[in-house]
Design a protein around this ligand. Structure first.
Ligand SMILES: [Ca+2]
Ligand SMILES: [Ca+2]
Length: 458
């Protein structure tokens, strides 16, 4: 009986305490506070981080014009508002991320965020529902790095002169509007190993070097406009990407979960990777010039049955990367790398074979790996629309055998084919003899160590 009374008293005390606690929480939420920060005028704080440390979730921190040499850690759901983006400056002095956000429901607006050097201007990590608007972000490794963070909103930011502009990595459903991404070594990129990580809402109000971003999801039919500065096709089919100049992005063109597209006559230079295919098949990549890309010309992951021909691969650090070479568990990509003879394959600037019969096609294949080889590598770069090699847009005359037969005398063709046949027999004999002496085994290229994990790092 006594113990029953004691337990009832304890229960009463517990409930009373809980209701007081609940009341306190509600009270704190009901009255968000505004804190002020200024470097040279009266304010609550001199340093922004001191204001963050003092603030409660829901509070607003108003920062006056000035330069704040700080690395901010935002671990509360606060609003951080600068007086004016051009005059309210957060400078990390090359010592770390100017701003790291590790909680949800944060707002950052109206700052210049600079000098992270080898760190990220704004690093969003594992958070949601954060709003980054009206900032100028420069002089960092990444301008804005979004890592495993979803449902965030980025608008009207100028992201310029960073090593990388905006990078969305293993993150879903982020919305980007009117961001001007310019003069970064690599302006924009999105990466992840599942479809959900490519499902971000990036419309063409965003620009890279003043050209629209076309980040298309779930499209079936249509052509990417000629003013494109960035192209990603996600979960799409039957699209055309033609006659574009695409440079200085993480990837010149990204295809993820996309099939049956035509990628033709594009000029893709100075990206990290030229054309990246992930979980994408039955695409035709024809007549593109892929030159001087920092890492790979073509990047392939789990993407088979694509057809590549008449592309020029020139001076990319590695011409092709195939994910199964370094990522165990990913099935090899197996594709077609030529259009048969005499239409031919691709031009590879590092091809070392010869053309003894002078038909413009190398006499030995260009081997990518054991599953992929270009049987008819071009000796000279393909030029579309010129007389030399002919044009891909001009297929009817190229393949119009009927017309040719009626206009050429029979003996001319017979003579021509006889010479080719004798030459081929001689050549095959010579090649066979040489190969008996030295049989090369196809191997995947040795990759620089930083690239071995690139299936994860994108
Ligand atoms: Ca001031
Ligand atoms: Ca030849």
């Amino acid at each position: 009986m006594k113990s029953k009374i004691v337990s009832r008293v304890m229960l009463f005390l517990l409930i009373t305490n809980m209701s007081i606690l609940t009341f306190d929480v509600h009270k704190a939420k009901a009255e968000p506070k505004t804190w002020t920060v200024d470097d040279d005028e009266p304010a609550d704080f001199l340093k922004i981080q001191d204001a963050i440390d003092a603030a409660s979730p829901g509070d607003r921190i108003q920062v006056g014009s000035g330069t704040y040499y700080e690395k901010l850690l935002i671990n509360k759901a606060i609003s951080l508002v600068g007086e004016r983006s051009t005059t309210t400056i957060i400078d990390a002095m090359q010592k770390g991320n100017p701003i790291t956000v590790v909680v949800s429901k944060v707002t950052i607006q109206g700052f210049t965020i600079r000098n992270g050097s080898s760190y990220s201007g704004i690093f969003l990590y594992l958070n949601n529902n954060t709003s980054i608007t009206n900032n100028i972000i420069k002089g960092n490794l990444y301008g804005i790095e979004i890592y495993m963070a979803s449902n965030n909103y980025l608008a009207r930011n100028n992201v310029e002169n960073n090593q990388r502009g905006i990078w969305i990595f293993f993150s879903s459903n982020n919305t980007l509007r009117d961001n001007a991404i310019a003069q970064n070594t690599y302006n924009f990129g999105v990466w992840g190993l599942d479809l959900e990580y490519f499902l971000n809402d990036v419309d063409s109000s965003n620009t890279v070097d003043s050209k629209p971003v076309y980040y298309w999801i779930n499209r079936h039919g249509g052509s990417v406009p000629l003013d494109a500065g960035y192209v990603a096709l996600v979960n799409s089919t039957n699209l055309t990407v033609k006659n574009l100049t695409l440079n200085k992005n993480f990837y010149g063109i990204l295809l993820a979960y996309t099939n049956n597209t035509i990628i033709q006559n594009n000029e893709i230079t100075n990206n990290k990777d030229g054309i990246k295919l992930y979980e994408s098949s039955y695409n035709n990549l024809i007549g593109n010039t892929i030159e001087d890309n920092e890492r790979f010309g073509f990047w392939l992951g789990h993407s088979s049955n694509n057809k590549f021909y008449h592309n020029n691969l020139i001076n990319n650090t590695n011409q092709v990367y195939e994910a199964s070479w370094t990522a165990p568990g990913i099935p090899p990509s197996i594709s077609v790398w030529d259009d048969g003879y005499p239409s031919a394959g691709n031009y590879w600037s590092n091809y070392s074979g010869i053309d003894a019969d002078r038909d413009g096609i190398g006499d030995t294949p260009y081997t990518i790996d054991e599953n992929n080889q270009d049987r008819y590598p071009l000796i000279n770069p393909w030029s579309s629309g010129e007389n030399g090699n002919g044009s891909d847009e001009d297929d009817s005359s190229e393949n119009g055998e009927g017309d040719d037969e009626t206009t050429h005398p029979f003996w001319a063709q017979w003579w021509f084919f006889a010479v080719v046949a004798v030459g081929t027999v001689a050549l095959v004999g010579a090649v066979y003899f040489l190969q008996k002496k030295k049989t090369p085994t196809p191997t995947a290229p040795t990759l620089p160590s930083e690239d071995t994990a690139c299936i994860m790092h994108g």
